[in-house]
Design a protein around this ligand. Structure first.
Ligand SMILES: [Mn+2]
Length: 236
């Protein structure tokens, strides 16, 4: 049996702040590609996180609560949702360590995309419906979460394009925040209303984030499956 790549996955806290919580779909999507998911403890200890970065083969920044706007230089606005300061600090510390090296593939999903953008010096809309300058389509879909609800157009020649082989993808949409000012990476997919739906870092072999939830799509959608397959392959 080939060795399974070890993939660290960030997790959140439950409402009572007692248990760490992680949607099972992230772990199942990683297992489906022959890799071994490792749920990361919510720590800000740099030594401990260094050990994880050294030991594990890749890192998935998963979905979850909103990021504290103070971390990107804004006061909290009324539309901002619930915040987990410990998770913010944990993930930003981990992202900073991962940006210092290029041998550890990174995939961000939903909040994960947003956290990576903030780690790269960018910011986000705290609440799209109350802040977006243009006319929005629905990004909190009414369909079930495993159902694609809006298209995204993918930048030709991008890593995401090479993986998904298409310049238009149908994706699910379960977010009210989104990238605003870009950090030190490139947008590589946008929704019809102009909302940025994916980004990647060209200096890095695999450093990619998507706003949608491929972990709810991969069983039925070849492009979502290809995204996890390419991520795990990069981790081998
Ligand atoms: Mn969307």
């Amino acid at each position: 049996m080939p060795k399974r790549p070890l993939i660290g996955i960030t997790a959140g806290l439950n409402d009572q702040k007692k248990y760490q919580v992680l949607s099972r779909y992230f772990m199942e999507a990683i297992i489906a590609q022959g890799a071994l998911p490792v749920m990361l403890p919510l720590t800000t200890d740099e030594d401990l996180l260094h050990s994880y970065v050294d030991t594990l083969d890749g890192f998935l920044f998963s979905g979850g609560a909103d990021v504290d706007p103070l971390l990107f230089g804004q006061w909290q606005k009324p539309g901002c949702g619930s915040i987990c300061p410990l998770r913010d600090a944990h993930e930003l510390t981990l992202a900073k360590l991962l940006l210092q090296r290029s041998d550890k593939p990174v995939l961000g999903i939903c909040r994960g995309l947003q956290v990576l953008n903030i780690a790269l010096g960018g910011d986000i809309y705290q609440d799209l419906p109350s802040e977006y300058e243009g006319e929005l389509i629905a990004h909190r879909q009414k369909q079930p979460s495993y159902y694609p609800s809006h298209p995204v157009s993918v930048t030709e020649g991008s890593l995401l394009h090479r993986i998904s082989v298409k310049t238009e993808l149908m994706v699910n949409s379960l977010h009210h925040q989104a990238l605003h000012r870009m950090g030190a990476w490139q947008a590589c997919a946008t929704a019809p209303d102009g909302v940025i739906e994916a980004a990647e870092r060209l200096q890095h072999p695999f450093f990619l984030g998507v706003q949608w939830h491929p972990e709810r799509l991969y069983e039925s959608d070849p492009a979502a499956n290809a995204l996890f397959a390419a991520f795990v392959e990069a981790c081998r």
